[in-house]
Design a protein around this ligand. Structure first.
Ligand SMILES: *[C@@H]1O[C@H](CO)[C@@H](O)[C@H](O)[C@H]1NC(C)=O
Ligand SMILES: *[C@@H]1O[C@H](CO)[C@@H](O)[C@H](O)[C@H]1NC(C)=O
Length: 440
């Protein structure tokens, strides 16, 4: 009985081991530059342009970390508890990969938990209502080929497993790695290098040592803002997050949004620049939406519409940028913001305003969290950015912009943080410490 179960598990593992050779990796399009409407009208509608594409990660720093790992064939990690918006999901997946590498285990391709969109009036089947929204593969948000290609190049010993059933095994348990550490400061684990030792002790204590040949499967729970991203050096920290690239349709929609913005407002844009200047100000309007990531923070300054929009308009005025691109899942609030901005002689635009026809259809087919990815990309390249300190989405945008922008350290004055490229409102000094655990 036991040996048959073992055979089923191992058989499943082997059958699903990623077949690298079967991969289609011939078509990484070269970067293309779009020069704006005055130079090349034809480039505007071409769907083949992708301003947010980049090649698989080829990192010496990652290879160094991976080659110093003691790999263990009988250790398998799953990473299926990735809940929330892009800020949370992106970080928890990256943490899973980092923990799997640290322990030298194999990693089953992560899954993403869907969020219940009922509050936003979307259509749902009865099944979804009864069983909750369920899970999707990584492709729900990310480019899976890019992820596997990057890890194959930069961490060749990490075995990726395509899929694993919810097997029932005495050698399978859930774990939040941070639970093995006591006393975690806001800036993250003090000694992340102790993870493999702590894990081994935990396995010894909680996992039966038999059947010895059955793999030890550890279901990683969602880890957020505890792993210090810079503990393997700054170069590692700045590269690692690039193993996640957004899915191609989202990248294309974001590129089209920029193209349309350029055309409509007659601003020539070079989308190859990390930060496009002059262009527009990006603003993350996160008010009382049903997914507000940290409800308990609704009491903080800037959590609500009037304070956010007033601050954003003021920022655009002092930066002398007459156009604001608003990122929000809440259309009525965008329109309300628009009325307010018009009074200040400021133009407001957003993706639903810019995308038409087939592109609009494509946008509407996406779920709420996927549509937010389009905004996320557009915001990355804005000349200036305004967001809120209590949002991981805002922080994630800020940190990625910071990378591309080559700016100095951020400065916190009362509760407004700025690095010269982006400004966050309602920031506590503890948020800045936590941001050291966010992969840029
Ligand atoms: C792999 O890890 C398990 C659990 O910690 C341990 O019992 C086993 O000895 C390890 N195998 C190798 C080859 O290190
Ligand atoms: C567009 O930006 C890229 C990257 O910064 C730069 O190499 C290129 O020369 C720019 N093109 C134009 C036409 O300015």
């Amino acid at each position: 009985m036991v040996s048959r179960r073992y055979a089923v598990v191992v058989g499943g593992v082997l059958a699903s081991i990623w077949l690298w050779l079967a991969f289609d990796r011939e078509s990484i399009p070269a970067r293309r530059i779009w020069y704006g409407p005055s130079n090349s009208k034809a480039g505007l509608i071409s769907p083949s342009i992708d301003a947010f594409d980049f090649p698989p990660v080829d990192s010496e720093e990652m290879r160094a970390v991976c080659s110093s790992t003691k790999w263990n064939q009988s250790l398998v990690f799953t990473c299926d508890n990735n809940h929330g918006g892009i800020g949370h999901v992106r970080n928890s997946i990256l943490n899973c990969v980092r923990y799997a590498i640290g322990a030298g285990g194999a990693l089953v391709l992560p899954n993403i938990a869907l969020r219940d969109e009922d509050d936003l009036g979307h259509d749902h089947g009865h099944a979804e209502k009864r069983h909750g929204p369920g899970r999707n593969g990584m492709e729900y948000m990310f480019d899976v080929n890019h992820f596997t290609d990057s890890l194959r190049v930069s961490c060749p010993d990490l075995l990726l497993i395509r899929h694993m059933e919810q097997t029932d095994s005495s050698r399978r348990r859930g774990l939040l790695p941070e639970h093995l550490f006591t006393n975690i400061p806001t800036s993250g684990l003090e000694h992340p290098e102790e993870w493999p030792i702590k894990l081994e002790a935990w396995i010894e204590e909680y996992m039966p040592s038999y059947p010895e040949k059955e793999p030890i499967i550890i279901d990683l729970e969602q880890s957020f803002l505890h792993y210090p991203a810079h503990s393997d050096g700054h170069k590692f920290a700045h590269t690692f997050g690039n193993i996640l690239k957004f899915r191609p349709d989202v990248r294309r929609l974001a590129t089209t949004t920029l193209n349309k913005l350029s055309e409509w407002y007659d601003i020539p844009l070079n989308v190859s620049e990390p930060i496009m200047k002059p262009s527009f100000m990006g603003a993350h309007l996160q008010t009382d939406n049903p997914f507000l990531e940290e409800r308990h923070n609704s009491g903080v300054a800037y959590a609500h519409f009037p304070s956010q929009t007033a601050a954003y308009i003021e920022q655009a005025i002092s930066a002398k940028i007459p156009l604001i691109y608003v990122a929000s899942g809440n259309l009525p609030e965008i329109h309300k913001f628009g009325l307010q901005a018009t009074a200040s002689k400021m133009a407001i635009t957003h993706k639903e305003d810019l995308l038409k026809d087939k592109d609009m259809d494509a946008l509407e087919r996406l779920r709420w969290d996927q549509r937010a990815l389009v905004d996320y990309l557009v915001l990355l390249k804005a000349q200036d950015f305004a967001g809120v300190g209590h949002s991981s989405f805002s922080w994630q945008v800020v940190m990625t912009r910071h990378e591309g922008g080559d700016k100095g350290k951020g400065v916190l004055e009362s509760d407004v943080w700025s690095d010269g490229l982006s400004t966050l409102y309602g920031v506590r000094s503890s948020y800045i410490e936590s941001s050291e655990c966010m992969w840029s």
